[in-house]
Design a protein around this ligand. Structure first.
Ligand code: FAD
Length: 397
């Protein structure tokens, strides 16, 4: 049995895929989105923190907002606390189920057709079209299109099958929502014994509820369980028996995010901030750029890899440096001992560096590389000298 013919087939109804579907459908293209879950945003493992700029650009309703963030408390390995506050709200914690549903419903209102419970199991490129083999509610079917976009998150199989490469490096994120006491600010915990290579967090989601999560280079679930046990014994959370969700976060980018009649966007392409693991905004940029490039390619009926390579050039020009510097800064951080992390906290605490940075114009919720460069260039404290050395060696390699 053979399905319909579309201009573009999108694999995955996450924020990147659905935003692209919305843009292309608004331009009048015939778009189909295939999603393996039975609805958008179901059981997503994500904290949903996005900057106010990202929120505005996604044009979401305020009903998606759980909490507004204008301050954060950073905890060193020994428990020293550094509090940062800005006058303006910096970010929102949004409900991922509502966010995914809201973008999908905007795409549908522009005419994009959604197929839920429909995993794409293979992509078969041809000369005049490209085919997606799906299991629509368990029944095998083949749909054809002029182009296919992979927006299926960090799942290496399809890009690898298409010869686009594979992202080998990743972090693992784990999270639960818990009943909590006195969690009224974003709390971030550092230390190689708390969350090796990354950090842990508490984020208020409503009165008496919070997300507790962490990113780690491995065994995220195990470290999160340990973190939950500590919070429970301090009386900060009232239960520790919940189902922990986890998901891998790509570090580094796909060698080729384009091919003949194919593009790759979002987590699938590695469009994720390596410093925090946040991928909603950068995947959104990827989707915007993909929409522009596909519009040009579809209108000139030139969907060759040569034409579509413009996509990679443009998204790398926008965020390539940011991703590479973030990657090396995070890698250098994994090499620090807890004592050295403590040393960095001391430096921020006593040298007035925090205020100087907040007021320097280099602070941005989304773009971290300018801040990283400023901190590294300004400081001669030992732990930062070590990071500086590793960072600049990595960036220039
Ligand atoms: C613990 C944790 C916390 C995070 N917190 C934040 C945060 O606060 N802010 C932030 O910006 N980012 C955060 N992220 C990252 C964020 O979740 C991702 O970057 C974002 O979801 C990527 O969007 P996407 O559309 O590219 O992919 P996804 O959201 O992964 O969507 C991909 C979709 O494709 C579907 N799919 C997969 N394979 C197939 C297939 N073969 N056929 C059909 N459908 C398929 C999936 O079911 C899914 O719906 C976090 C990640 C983790 C793990």
């Amino acid at each position: 049995m053979s399905g319909r013919f579309y201009d573009v087939i999108i694999v995955g109804a996450g924020p990147a895929g659905s935003y692209l579907a919305y843009k292309l459908a608004s331009l009048g293209y015939d778009v189909a989105v295939f999603e393996e879950k039975n609805t958008s945003g179901l059981n997503v493992c994500c904290t949903g923190i996005i900057s106010t700029e990202c929120f505005q650009s996604l044009d979401l309703g305020t009903d998606t907002i759980l909490t507004k963030l204008s301050s954060a408390r950073f905890f060193s390995p020994s428990g020293r606390c550094l509090r940062l506050q800005t006058e303006k709200i910096q970010a929102y914690v949004v409900n991922r189920l509502l966010l995914d549903k809201a973008i999908a419903s905007k795409a549908q209102s522009q005419g994009a057709q959604y197929f839920f419970s429909s995993p794409v199991i293979d992509i078969i490129p041809g000369k005049d079209s490209i085919q997606a083999e799906t299991l629509c509610s368990g029944v095998k079917d083949i749909f054809s299109a002029r182009a296919v976009v992979l927006a299926n998150g960090f799942r290496p199989e399809l890009p690898r099958k298409l010869g686009l490469g594979k992202i080998n490096n990743f972090l693992v994120g784990a999270q639960v929502e818990v009943e909590a006491k006195n969690v009224d600010e974003f709390e971030i915990y550092f230390g190689q014994e708390v969350a090796p290579g990354a950090f842990a967090w508490l984020v208020p989601t409503s009165t008496n509820k919070a997300y507790v999560g962490l990113l780690a280079t491995s065994q995220a679930k195990l470290y999160l369980q340990k973190f939950l046990n500590n919070l429970f014994s301090q009386g900060r959370i009232t239960s520790r028996e919940m189902e922990i969700r986890q998901k891998a976060i790509p570090l580094g980018t796909l060698a080729h995010s384009y091919g003949d009649r194919v593009l790759v966007i979002g987590d699938a392409a590695g469009q994720v901030k390596p410093t925090t693991g946040g991928g909603i905004y950068f995947g959104h940029f990827g989707a915007q750029i993909a929409a522009d490039v596909l519009d040009e390619a579809l209108s000139s009926d030139n969907l060759t890899a040569g034409q579509l390579s413009r996509y990679q050039k443009r998204w790398k020009a926008k965020m390539g440096k940011e991703l590479s510097r973030g990657y090396w800064a995070r890698w250098a951080y994994t090499k620090l001992s807890d004592r050295q992390i403590e040393g960095i906290f001391n430096m921020f605490d006593f040298n007035g560096m925090t205020e100087a940075l907040l007021n320097s114009g280099n602070f941005s919720f989304d773009w971290h590389s300018r801040l990283i460069l400023t901190v590294l260039r300004r400081s001669s404290a030992y732990p930062l000298l070590k990071i500086k050395h590793l960072f600049f060696r990595g960036v220039s390699s």
